[in-house]
Ligand binder design. Structure first.
Ligand code: HEM
Length: 378
C-alpha cells in the first residue's frame, strides 16, 4: 500500500477533507498529481545537508527553553516539550520574523484546532451539531486568523528581500519562496504557500513534542539508560534510544489509505473504496517483529540488528513516496534537545509519577500531565 502498489491508494477523507478544512491543503492533506508537484518542489529544502543550516536556530531555542524551565519550581513535561517543538518550527520557518506575541497566538490557535479536529473525525455524527451550534464556525475563524498571521510574514519577507536580497535568511520560508515549479518556472502562489507552512506546523510540531515527552519519560523510568547516554562516547546510542522510543510510542500511531482499484494483501481481498487503517502502533508492538515488544531496549535499534528486520516493521515516519518529509528535521531536533538535556540537566519527577498510558488522539499523547523539574547536572 505504501510502496509497491502505492498508486492504487489515496489518503481518506479524514486526512484530505476534515484535517484539510482546518489546517489547509498542504503536503500532508494533498493528493494525486497536485501532491506530487508540491512534493517535488519542497523536498530539496528538507535535505539533510540543508537542515544543518538550521542547527544553530534549533540549539538556541533548546537552550532558551531549558533555561526557562530550570528556573521554574516544576512544570508539565508535555507543555515543556511543546514549547521546544513549537519554538523550533517557528524559528526554522521564520528565523526571527515572528514576535513573541504572534508566536503565542499562533501556538494557541494551532493547539485549539488540533484539539478540535479530532471531534468531527472520531464522532462524525457531531458534524451537524458542531455546525449548528457555531462551534465549527469559531474554529474556521481561528483557521482564517492563522492564515492571516502567516500571510503577514510572507508579505514582510517579500518586501524586505526585494529591497535587499542579501538580507534573505537561510530559513524554510525563504526556501519555499525561492523554489520554482519544474514545468512553469513559476513560484508558489501565496495561498498554497500558506497551506504548506500551516501543514508543516500541523505535521511537525505535536508529533515531535510527543516523541520528546515519551523519550524523556522513558529515560526517567530507566536511569541506567540515562547513565549510559552520559558516559557512552558513541553518538549513535542516542539515536538508538530515540528510535526505540519511536517504536514504543509512535506519535503517528495510525494512518490510512483508500483503495482506488482491487488489490490483495496478506491473503485479504481489497475492494475499491475500502479504507485501510495502517496501524503503526500495532506493528511496532507485534511479537512477530520484536521479541518482548513491550520492553524498552535501545540495543535492538543497533544498525546491525536493523538489517535483520523487515524493512516495513519500523514505520514511525511512514514509508514509500509519502514518507515523512520532516524525518531528518525531527531526528535532528530530538538529538539536539536530548543531548543538551542529558548533558546539562536531570529530569526528575515530582513525587512518585503515575505511569502514563498512551492516548490515541491524532498523535499519541500521554493520558495525564506529568509534573517534573529540571535539576542542573554538575
Ligand atoms: C517525531 C516526529 C514526526 C513523526 C513521528 C512524523 C510522522 C509522519 C508520518 C507517519 C507521515 C506519513 C503519513 C502517511 O503516509 O499517511 C508523515 C508525513 C509528513 N510529515 Fe511527519 N512526522 C514527524 C515530524 C515531522 C516534522 C518535524 C515535519 C516538518 C517540519 C513533518 C512534516 C510532514 C509532512 C509535510 C508530511 C506529509 C508528507 C507527504 O505526504 O508528502 N513531520 N509524518
Amino acid at each position: 500500500m505504501l510502496q509497491r502498489n502505492h498508486r492504487n491508494y489515496e489518503k481518506s477523507e479524514i486526512q484530505t477533507g476534515q484535517m484539510g478544512k482546518y489546517l489547509g491543503f498542504g503536503l500532508l492533506t494533498n493528493t494525486g498529481d497536485d501532491w506530487l508537484r508540491q512534493r517535488r518542489l519542497i523536498q530539496p529544502g528538507f535535505h539533510r545537508q540543508r537542515l544543518q543550516a538550521l542547527t544553530r536556530e534549533m540549539q538556541a531555542v533548546i537552550e532558551e527553553e531549558c533555561a526557562r524551565a530550570a528556573g521554574e519550581a516544576d512544570f508539565d513535561l508535555f507543555k515543556f516539550t511543546r514549547q521546544i517543538a513549537f519554538g523550533i518550527i517557528v524559528r526554522a520557518l521564520f528565523t526571527n520574523g515572528f514576535g513573541e506575541r504572534e508566536t503565542r497566538r499562533l501556538h494557541t490557535i494551532l493547539d485549539k484546532l488540533q484539539a478540535y479536529v479530532i471531534y468531527p473525525i472520531r464522532l462524525p455524527f457531531l458534524r451537524t451539531p458542531l455546525r449548528l451550534t457555531g462551534i465549527e464556525r469559531r474554529h474556521l475563524a481561528l483557521a482564517r486568523e492563522s492564515r492571516e498571521l502567516v500571510q503577514r510574514q510572507i508579505t514582510q519577507r517579500k518586501a524586505c528581500c526585494t529591497r535587499d536580497p542579501a538580507q534573505s535568511p537561510d530559513d524554510l520560508l525563504q526556501m519555499l519562496l525561492d523554489s520554482r515549479y519544474e514545468d512553469t518556472g513559476e513560484p508558489m502562489e501565496d495561498r498554497q504557500l500558506i497551506d504548506e507552512i500551516l501543514i508543516l506546523f500541523a505535521a511537525g510540531y505535536e508529533t515531535t513534542a510527543n516523541a520528546l515527552a515519551w523519550t524523556l519519560w522513558l529515560l526517567l523510568k530507566h536511569p541506567e539508560e540515562l547513565a549510559r547516554l552520559r558516559t557512552d562516547a558513541d553518538p549513535d546510542y542516542l539515536t538508538q534510544v530515540i528510535e526505540e522510543s519511536l517504536r514504543l510510542y509512535p506519535p503517528a500511531w495510525i494512518t490510512d489509505r483508500v483503495a482506488l482499484g482491487p488489490d490483495t494483501a496478506a491473503g485479504f481481498t481489497i475492494d475499491p473504496g475500502y479504507t485501510i487503517g495502517l496501524f503503526i502502533y500495532g506493528i511496532h508492538h507485534s511479537p512477530r517483529y520484536y521479541a518482548e515488544p513491550e520492553v524498552f531496549r535501545p540495543a535492538r535499534m543497533h544498525p546491525d540488528r536493523k538489517k535483520e528486520r523487515h524493512p516495513f516493521s519500523f514505520l514511525p515516519f511512514g514509508g514509500g513516496p509519502r514518507l515523512c518529509i520532516g524525518n531528518h528535521f525531527a531526528l535532528l531536533e530530538m538529538q539536539l534537545a536530548l543531548r543538551h538535556l542529558v548533558d546539562h540537566y536531570t529530569v526528575e519527577g515530582v513525587g512518585t509519577l503515575p505511569e502514563p498510558v498512551p492516548k490515541p488522539y491524532i498523535t499519541l499523547h500521554q493520558d495525564r500531565p506529568l509534573r517534573v523539574r529540571l535539576v542542573e547536572y554538575l
